[in-house]
Each structure stands twice: as C-alpha cells, then as structure tokens.
Design a protein around this ligand. Structure first.
Ligand code: SF4
Length: 486
C-alpha cells in the first residue's frame, strides 16, 4: 500500500540562475537504510542533506514498517520538501531517499524519486537511481510505454518481474539495463542496492553503531548519520539487507570504469573513493597544473567552490600566495523568482563578486574545474579585469571537455561544448584570458587512485566505455554539419 503526499507547489527552476552557471550539472544522490529501532526517515533526511549537491530539483523518502510502504516526495530542496511533521509521519524500519537533478525526463513531480510501483502480488517497491540508461527506447518497447524516464522504466521492469522476490527480479532485470546505474530499491521488508558492471557512479555501504546498515552515493552521507564505511557496492553486484543481515550476489562480471569527473567536480571534497579523499586529489590536480603550466604571477585565486582545493594546491606548488579573490553568493542557486531579461544579463554577477582589494593591480592565477560553453569564463575574466586585475591566467583542473556525457551528467550537447572544436589558444582568445592551460589527461588521472583503464574519460577523450546507441551517427552528423559551414 502506498500513500503519496504532496505538500508543496511545483516550483520552476531556471537553469540560467541555477547553482553553477557553466558547470556540468550533477545527476542524483541516493541513500538507503535498514535499521529497525532507529528513526530511519530522519536519518535519511540528514543523509540527503549531505547529498544535496548531487541534485536540487526534487527530493523524496520512502519508508516501510514491514507491512506498509509510504512515499513522500516533492519538488524543491530537501529542507523545502520535508518538515518535522512530514518526517514524523514516516515511521518504519527501512527507507530509501533520493535527491534529483533531471538528466532523462522532465523536472516534474511524477519524475521525482523514489519511484513507486505496485507489484502483481499486491506489494510495492520504491526505487532511487543515480546515473543514466542509454537503452531506454529498447526497454520501453518491452513494456510498450513511452521512453520518458529511465528510472521509471527500471522500477516498472522490476515490478513486473517480481514473481519470487525483488532480489531475484534485480538479478534478471539488471543485465538488460545498459548505462550507468547506482540504485537503492526497497520493498516492505528488504533493502537492496545494485550498481552497473562499470560502476560509473559511486555507491558505498556503511554500518551504524547499533548494527543497522546504510548505502549511500558518497561517504559524506555515511558520516552524517554516524555510519562507518565498510566497502563499495561492487560493479555488477546486488546487495540485499534484511533481518538476516547483508548478503550479496553478482549479476555481471565487473568491468570498472569509474567517472573521472566525480574527482574533478561532482563529488564533495570530503568524499572518499578507493581509499583517497576527493580533497586530496583536487589539491594534487592543482599541484600538477602548477608543474605543467607555471606562470609568473602575484597571487592564486579559486573560482569557488570546486576550484578551491586545486587553487590551494597550485599556490603551494608554485610558492605563490593563495587568496579568496571571488566571493560566492550562496543563496542565488535556487530562486522562486522567474528570471527577467535584466536578471539574465547579470549572468555570473549574480553568483560571484570579485574582491577588489585582492585582485586590483595583481597578476592573477585563476583556478577553475572546467569550461563547458565558455561564456561564464569569458564573463569571469571580464569581471576580474573590471575590478582592476593586471593579468588573468586561467588554469583548469581538467582537460577540455570535447564530448557529451551519456551516463548521468548534464554537460550540454557536443555542438555547445567550446572544447569540442576550438583549440586551447582559440578558447583563450574567446574567454579573453592572458594565458589559459588545461590539466593534461595523464596529469589528471595520476591524481586519482585508479588506473587509466579503470576510469571513464569519455567526455575528454571520446572513449565511451559503455556503447551509446547512435553516438557515432550523432558525431558523424555534427562533423558533417561543421564541414558544411562556410
Ligand atoms: S563521460 Fe565524463 S562525466 Fe560522464 S561518466 Fe564519463 S568521465 Fe564522467
């Protein structure tokens, strides 16, 4: 049985005023907990808080007391969707939670997660998904439904395949899914977590002090509920947690290709992956960038927030002072005001302000994580010059983004990516910097604990580890279009 609540109105979110004006947008955060005797809804709420950076469009929690499965979800941030009253109504022994940024399917209440489905046996399941499937058309044909949303399809496939147990259904359905998926899914009695054979997105298991289990996208969510990291859900593995404890099964051999961009931008700095903290890796990115592209300058400043740790690393390696030359307005991210043309023209000024005392008359090294379309970097450089910067040397902690992501990150289409067709010098001229250098792919990989073959690097080098139907045709078409352009 399910009870879907809806307290808040659906709120439109305009991408032009979203949290990161020209950064790739995160995909989703997932959390699951099996802990009889604990306040699982409130623990899930705090975990989603820790994962809020992974998705800000909608949030939801599903809870079961062993007999009845209840879902509460809505549009908005975690603290807009839930109140003390709504959390108090979510009583149970196990829960799954989700915060969403839409990569497939529109930003709507119906697409918010957890996705609920009734099973033919009269029970229910609730599912939260991080990633993106690339064979939704094929899956939709099997169900004879429109291929609107990959997570809805996944929940529907599992629900109609449950004739023995949800665990069995996962081992049958998962091998038919193509793409990136880190999933938490529950029925009335059990929590399950499974991850695609490539393990593109993170998914980690933790243990609570009183003996309960949690599963989360990032270690920050384990930390906030007091859980101790145990291990990752392995690529190609399904983990089931119930009264008998935790057991695991493999549904496909592992072929790990973890997302390299999680290291650069997506994950929180306090996330740990394969024994290394993201913060440490980002410092190393900055150090490596300083070795690869030194410059005669006075001061190093980050583009907050993702550039901060790398800028500190660059400054340390280069022996230059580090300072906050840009201040971020933390409250611009999500607005209820429909943006006017005037607001749009303000662009990056809505989000960042230069500190004149820091930048005036100085030769700046400005460290950022990536350049997507280039417009924001161009505005940023102009803003720093207006504030009196003598020189602006842009340093980027990733290689040029040349290809779109099909595995759950919203990066813009290939035609919009400035790195897809322009060389570094042309991009430097476009953004108006005195110099511009990107970290090399080898330099970036060396900052992670993974080997080159154990990483997805497709947005940088085009080597998609999971075949994307139509990708070659798209690429050929775009090259043809450019060749045709006078
Ligand atoms: S294409 Fe880029 S952003 Fe997407 S999974 Fe691969 S490395 Fe990550």
């Amino acid at each position: 049985m399910v009870h879907l609540e809806r307290d808040l109105p659906v709120v439109g979110v305009d991408a032009s005023l979203s949290d990161d004006l020209d950064s790739p947008r995160e995909e989703c955060g997932v959390f699951g907990i099996y802990a009889p005797g604990e306040d699982v809804a409130t623990l899930t709420y705090f975990a989603l808080y820790a994962l809020q950076h992974r998705g800000q469009e909608s949030a939801g929690i599903a809870v079961s007391d062993g007999r009845r499965l209840v879902v509460h979800k809505d549009m908005g941030l975690v603290n807009q969707v839930f109140t003390e009253t709504s959390l108090a109504a979510l009583q149970g022994n196990l829960a799954v939670g989700h915060c969403r940024y839409s990569t497939t399917g529109s930003s709507s209440w119906g697409n918010a997660q957890p996705q609920y489905r009734e099973t033919p046996a009269g029970g229910g399941l609730a599912l939260g998904h991080n990633g993106n499937l690339v064979n939704t058309s094929e899956l939709a044909r099997r169900l004879d439904v429109p291929p609107d949303n990959d997570s809805q399809l996944m929940a529907a496939l599992l629900a109609c395949d449950v004739d023995v147990s949800l665990e069995e259904a996962i081992t049958r359905v998962a091998p038919t899914l193509v793409g990136a998926y880190s999933v938490v899914v529950m029925d009335e009695q059990r929590l399950h977590a499974f991850r695609d054979p490539n393990g593109v997105r993170p998914l980690q298991i933790g243990r609570l002090p009183a003996g309960g289990w949690v599963v989360a996208s990032e270690t920050a969510a384990l930390d906030i509920v007091g859980a101790v990291y145990v291990r990752d859900v392995e690529p190609g593995e399904v983990v089931t947690i119930d009264d008998h404890g935790l057991r695991c099964r493999r549904f496909a051999p592992p072929t790990p290709t973890f997302c390299l961009f999680e290291w650069v931008y997506l994950a929180r700095p306090d996330h740990r992956q394969d024994g290394r903290s993201v913060l440490y890796a980002r410092r190393e990115m900055g150090r490596q960038l300083a070795r690869e592209s030194p410059v005669d300058a006075d001061i190093v400043i980050p583009v907050p927030e993702a550039g901060r740790d790398a800028a500190a690393g660059y400054a340390a390696e280069a022996g230059l002072p580090f300072a906050d030359g840009l201040v971020k307005n933390r409250y611009v991210g999500r607005t209820f005001i429909q943006p006017t043309q005037t607001l749009r023209q303000l662009g990056i000024k809505l989000k960042l302000s230069p500190v004149r005392e820091v930048v005036e008359g100085r030769r700046l090294v400005v460290v950022d994580d990536s350049i997507v379309r280039g417009n924001t970097s161009r505005q940023l450089v102009a803003m720093l010059r207006e504030a009196g910067a003598a020189e602006v040397h842009l340093r980027i902690t990733s290689p040029p983004i040349k290809n779109p992501c099909y595995y759950g990150i919203d990066m813009a289409s290939r035609a919009e990516l400035i790195g897809a067709d322009l060389e570094e010098d042309a991009i430097r001229d476009f953004v108006g910097a005195d110099t511009l250098h990107y970290l090399t792919l080898d330099g970036l990989i060396a900052t992670t604990p993974q080997q080159r073959d154990g990483l997805c690097r497709a947005c940088f080098d085009g080597a998609y580890p999971i075949p994307v139907p139509g990708e070659h045709e798209q690429l050929a078409q775009i090259r043809f279009d450019f060749a045709d352009t006078p």
